[in-house]
Design a protein around this ligand. Structure first.
Ligand code: SF4
Length: 322
């Protein structure tokens, strides 16, 4: 396994503290593309930043572990984590315009990143900068451009190229296409997938748009109120969604094939993470909730085929498996 996250809990400290990531566990093999989907505020970006050890106060990892390349990053000395960041894993932020320095050219920002990791040879820096830019389909002439001189799609590609500077084994992506129109989104997704096939890195891709990762991810995690409620193969999840929330998400976006069907939204709103409903956190919005049981008892994870689902509807499968 490249990455093993075990019972990770992240809280925003305050009175009372808000648990944004609650006992999340999963593992990721090399070269695998994992999509993490869920509505805004469900904790998916916090999880990504927690894995990268990039949380800042008041967010804090309260318990659990993040084993990456057999080393637990939680509690590891920051200088050692910094040595791994960029080299072994890198992060692509949601908005390149905010992540890139507006007063430095692309080449200066790539050079900064490489120098920070010990590369001093100017020719090697120049050559690697050109190489990664070509990898993402941008003419190296743009190494001399400032971020504002590039289109939104190009800026995101520049960020992805920067993430590739040291050929990391894992790239964490936080909604990198959300500021783009659908055509640019699709083109960037195709490019990310091609790069992944070519270079062999693993990806964790966080998005609120389930359809975006449908054709690109190998595995899909559905997150609700800080927890993974379903985790399985992407195709299996789309063909046979198990959790009522996953079904709701799938019913909420149109299919490009088959008969026209009215779209059905999920009623209600995501819960306040500081004041979660008892029992199953989804029960106030769940169309198939079972009175009492779902309101009082928090469901455990159940294995169904190759998927894991956190819902009382599948408790029998757990008892028969046990
Ligand atoms: Fe719905 Fe109950 Fe399953 Fe929660 S545990 S998703 S309320 S059926």
């Amino acid at each position: 396994m490249l990455l093993e996250v075990d019972e990770l809990c992240i809280e925003y400290l305050g009175a009372p503290p808000t648990r944004a990531v609650d006992r999340v566990s999963f593992s990721l093999e090399e070269r695998t593309f994992l999509g993490i989907v869920g509505e805004s505020g469900c904790g998916k970006s916090t999880l990504l930043f927690g894995i990268a050890q990039l949380l800042s106060p008041p967010a804090e990892i309260r318990s659990g572990s993040v084993r990456f390349m057999k080393q637990d990053l939680v509690g590891l000395d920051e200088s050692r984590v910094r040595g791994m960041r960029w080299r072994n894993f890198s992060v692509v932020m949601q908005s390149a315009m905010s992540a890139l320095n507006p007063v430095k050219t692309v080449s200066a920002q790539y050079a900064d990143a490489m120098r920070a990791h010990g590369e001093r040879d100017r020719a090697a820096i120049a050559s690697r900068s050109e190489e990664v830019l070509r990898l993402v389909g941008i003419d190296p002439v743009h190494l001399h451009s400032y971020p504002h001189q590039l289109s939104g799609g190009m800026r995101q590609r520049v960020m992805i190229a920067m993430a590739l500077l040291f050929s990391p084994q894992l790239i964490l992506m936080d909604e990198p296409t959300s500021a783009l129109d659908v055509v640019a989104q699709r083109s960037l997704m195709v490019q990310i997938k091609e790069l992944q096939n070519q270079l062999g890195f693993a990806v964790i891709f966080v998005t609120h748009d389930m359809s975006l990762v449908a054709n690109f991810s190998d595995r899909l995690a559905v997150m609700y109120a800080g927890r993974f409620v379903e985790l399985g193969g992407t195709r299996a999840t789309f063909d046979r969604p198990l959790h009522p929330y996953t079904r709701g998400l799938l019913d909420a976006f149109p299919s490009i094939s088959g008969p026209r069907q009215p779209l059905v939204g999920i009623g209600g709103y995501p819960p306040d993470l500081a004041d979660l409903p008892a029992g199953c956190h989804f029960h106030p919005r769940c169309p198939v909730r079972m009175e009492s049981l779902c309101q009082l008892v928090e469901p455990e994870g159940n294995r169904v085929g190759d998927s894991e689902v956190r819902c009382h509807l599948y408790a029998e499968e757990r008892s028969s498996a046990g």
